[in-house]
Design a protein around this ligand. Structure first.
Ligand code: SAH
Length: 253
C-alpha cells in the first residue's frame, strides 16, 4: 500500500501568506512532521496527528515521513517559507534517492510557499529587481571555504544576494566574516535590507549601509538582502524608505 507525502511551504509566518494549495494539502493530511512552532500555527483538528520529531536530523525525519506514507497514510512535511529553499524538499528527494525502492512509488507532492527573501523584498520595495542569488550562511552541510568563494563571486558579479541562516548560537562568527568579505568587494554604502521575522508578530523591516551592519544585532529569524552597486534608497515624506535595484544595468556594469 502506498500513500501520499506532501511537502508543504507555509510561507514566512502570516496566515495570509499561506497559499490555497497549501491549505488544501494541510486539510487533506493525517500526520504532520516538521519544526514544532510551524506545526503549532496550523490549528490541526483533533484527528490530525503531529508526529514529534525531537530535533532529528532532516534526512532521518524525511525517512520517517516516507515510511509512514508507505503504510498508506497521507503525510505532511511542513516547512516555513518554501520547502525547496534551504528546507525539507531536498532532504525528502535525497531520502528517496538513497532509500527503499518502494519509496519511489509514493505520491510526492511538493507545495511551494512564499520564501523569506521574497517576503522581505516585498516589504521594502524591490531589492531583488535584477539578477540575484540566495546563499545560506550555514556551514553545517557545506564547507565554509565554499561559502566564502560563492559570496565573493556573487558580489563581484553584481548579483544582489539574499542571505539565509545568517547567525545562530552554534554559528556565531560566520555573518561577521561574510560582511568582511562583502566590504572588500562592494562599496561601503551598498544598501542592505534587513527583514526580521517578516510576517510574524513583532517582525521588523529596515535597511542599513553595508559599512554599518553589525552581525551582533542580527538574529536567526532574519533575512538580509545585500544590494548591488546600483541598488537605491528612495526617501519619502511620512512613509518608510523604499529600496530598489533597477531593472537596467549600464553598458559596463
Ligand atoms: N524554507 C525557508 C528558509 C529556511 S532557512 C524559506 O523559504 O523561507 C531559515 C532561514 O530563513 C532563517 O535563518 C532566516 O534567514 C530565513 N527566514 C525564515 N523565516 C523568516 C521570516 N519570517 N523573516 C525573515 N527571514 C526568515
Amino acid at each position: 500500500m502506498s500513500g501520499t507525502l506532501y511537502v508543504i511551504g507555509t510561507g514566512p509566518g502570516s496566515p495570509e501568506q499561506i497559499t490555497l494549495e497549501a491549505q488544501a494539502a494541510i486539510a487533506a493530511s493525517s500526520h504532520f512532521f516538521g519544526y514544532k512552532p510551524y506545526i503549532e500555527r496550523l490549528n490541526l483538528t483533533p484527528d490530525q496527528v503531529a508526529v514529534p520529531s525531537d530535533n532529528r536530523e532532516e534526512l532521518d525525519r524525511a525517512r520517517a515521513a516516507l515510511a509512514l506514507a508507505t503504510e498508506g497514510n497521507t503525510v505532511a512535511m511542513i516547512s516555513g517559507g518554501d520547502p525547496g529553499v534551504f528546507a525539507m524538499a531536498a532532504a525528502v528527494c535525497e531520502a528517496i534517492d538513497t532509500g527503499a525502492p518502494e519509496w519511489r512509488g509514493i505520491e510526492l507532492i511538493i507545495v511551494p510557499g512564499v520564501t523569506a527573501m521574497l517576503a522581505t523584498a516585498a516589504r521594502i520595495g524591490a531589492p531583488l529587481g535584477n539578477d540575484f542569488c540566495a546563499i545560506s550562511l550555514s556551514d553545517n552541510l557545506k564547507p565554509w571555504a565554499i561559502i566564502e568563494k560563492r559570496i565573493r563571486a556573487a558580489a563581484g558579479a553584481g548579483f544582489a544576494i539574499a542571505f539565509y541562516n545568517p547567525i545562530s548560537k552554534s554559528r556565531p562568527w560566520q555573518l561577521g566574516k561574510a560582511l568582511e568579505i562583502l566590504r572588500e568587494v562592494l562599496p561601503s554604502e551598498t544598501v542592505v535590507s534587513i527583514g526580521r521575522g517578516v510576517g510574524v508578530h513583532r517582525g521588523s523591516i529596515g535597511h542599513q549601509a553595508l559599512s554599518e551592519v553589525k552581525a551582533e544585532t542580527i538574529d536567526m529569524s532574519t533575512c538580509l538582502i545585500v544590494g548591488n552597486a546600483l541598488t537605491r534608497v528612495i526617501e519619502r515624506p511620512e512613509k518608510p524608505d523604499l529600496i530598489y535595484t533597477p531593472r537596467w544595468v549600464p553598458e559596463h556594469g
